[in-house]
Design a binder for this molecule. Structure first.
Ligand SMILES: C[S@@+](CC[C@H](N)C(=O)[O-])C[C@H]1O[C@@H](n2cnc3c(N)ncnc32)[C@H](O)[C@@H]1O
Length: 452
């Protein structure tokens, strides 16, 4: 691995006698992790069915290390949303924000969704999570991950922080800014981050982070909590970004983060003006724990903030649309969806609780995508399958691991029965829909997700 000379010099100056231990980690193997999805599976159940050797991540209750020679991302359990592949240090960030069920939460820089999926699970799919991503390509991956993990309390948008701030001033209980950064902490995993790195890039990232934080501040309610994180080592993007933000916002208080298992304090000497409380922030270093580099700061807003004065979204579904959906629900489901139902053209969505109106925003996913009305027939969406359990449906088709791989390739099934919509499952966890007519199950696994 060829590290930039300026980076080596900078880290030597910052770390001094620790530098050798730090650089030695670049000769070690990367660590790989997955985080189970408690919306679908418990820790004990996962350990019962898990086909690989795994070891608990000490600073995240739902996190596990796995060995580098296995590929959990290719197993049907991944397609069933039982876990999310995530770099272990990154798992600590959502643990610091720790939203509760029923809260209003914003993940401002959310793609591909590692932290959003963790936050939604902590909220137990209740309340309202806005997962936003500015990049139009990256937002698709975010939306797919929200779907795969069976998340129903989340609206995914593709907006700038500025535009969101005009709509959500004073709205959120909790906000995460997992900022775009120079990615120094990911050099072991991501060669591209090395190619991109320069002292100038670090400076530009720091400017961008300040702009994003300003808008996050506007959207936080009085008493609200803001967590800022990066996956870089540079003080300009970490201690100094936070020091400068706090200087401009004296009503924001830096809160101590509890540190265990090798997590270190932020460094006062790396600030510009010697802010003592910066030790409350957390640094995750690859030479102190099993994970890559991360920085996390937690802050509380004390200043008076005008309460949000926007509108709540109302159902716009016609009687006919509702009748068509109910016809499907009566024959296929054993559960009812007790949320506001909203139509975008022919598509129906079940909105999160007390969902604000999002007219005029670029919405990629509005809560749970129920399905589409096609010539007075309702066709369920893959997202609905992913949010159900076998107890929620009239009929399901249990598959073995080998059969599940065939399903994910798009194969049809001969069953000899005629039961209509079936939830296709592995180990009782949904993989998608099949429609059984005259003995044959047509495959509704989305074409874009199929394996070749
Ligand atoms: C560190 S990544 C987020 C990772 C994500 N939170 C996760 O856990 O999967 C930072 C994200 O910020 C986005 N971003 C870049 N510029 C931005 C800006 N000006 N405002 C908001 N987000 C931005 C990037 O496209 C990128 O997806």
């Amino acid at each position: 691995m060829h590290l930039p000379a300026d980076f080596i010099q900078k880290m030597n100056t910052l770390l001094q006698e620790e530098a050798d231990r730090f650089f030695a980690t670049y000769h070690e193997e990367k660590v790989s992790g997955l985080r189970i999805n408690p919306l679908k599976i418990s820790r004990d159940e996962f350990l019962r069915i898990c086909p690989w050797n795994v070891e608990a991540v000490p600073f995240c209750e739902t996190g596990f290390y796995y060995e580098n020679d296995v590929q959990p991302g290719k197993h049907p359990y991944h397609a069933a949303g039982l876990y999310y592949i995530q770099e272990p240090s990154a798992m600590f960030v959502a643990e610091v924000l720790k939203p509760s069920p029923g809260e209003k939460v914003l993940d401002l820089c959310a793609a591909p969704g590692g932290k959003s999926t963790q936050l939604a699970a902590m909220m137990n799919n209740t309340g309202f999570l806005l997962a936003n991503e500015i990049h139009p390509k990256r937002v698709k991956a975010l939306s797919e991950n929200i779907e795969r993990l069976g998340i129903t309390n989340t609206v995914v948008t593709n907006e700038t922080p500025e535009k969101l701030a005009t709509r959500f001033a004073g709205y959120f209980d909790k906000i995460l800014v997992d900022a775009p950064c120079s990615g120094e902490g990911m050099f072991r995993k991501d060669e591209e981050a090395i190619q991109f790195w320069s002292c100038d890039h670090v400076k530009k990232c720091a400017e961008k982070q300040r702009y994003i934080l300003e808008h996050a501040y506007e959207m936080l309610k009085e008493g609200g909590i803001l967590v800022y994180s990066t996956c870089t080592f540079s003080p300009e993007e970490n201690e100094q970004t936070i020091e400068s933000f706090l200087k401009h916002h004296p009503d924001m208080e830096l809160l101590p983060i509890e540190k265990t298992d090798g997590i270190q304090n932020g460094v006062v000497e790396w600030t510009q003006e010697g802010l003592k409380e910066i030790v409350y922030t957390a640094r995750l270093w690859p030479h102190h724990l099993k994970g890559e580099g991360h920085f996390v700061a937690k802050m509380k807003k004390h200043g008076p903030t005008s309460p949000w004065n926007g509108k709540i979204a109302k159902s716009n579904v016609s009687r006919q649309m509702l009748r068509d959906y109910e016809q499907f629900a009566k024959t296929t489901l054993k559960t009812s969806i007790n949320r506001t139902i909203y139509a975008f053209q022919h598509h129906l969505f079940a909105l999160p609780e007390d969902c604000p109106s999002f007219d005029g925003l670029k919405v990629i996913r509005a809560g749970l995508h129920l399905g589409e009305l096609k010539k007075n027939r309702f066709e369920p969406n893959h997202a609905l399958a992913m949010a159900l359990t076998i107890d929620d449906v009239q009929h399901y088709l249990p598959l073995s691991n080998e059969e599940a791989m065939k399903y994910m390739k798009g194969e049809t099934w001969h069953t000899g029965q005629d039961r209509g919509w079936l939830l296709v499952t592995i180990e009782d966890y949904p993989l998608g829909w099949g429609k059984e007519t005259k003995g044959i199950v047509k495959n509704f696994y989305p074409k874009g997700l199929r394996i070749v």
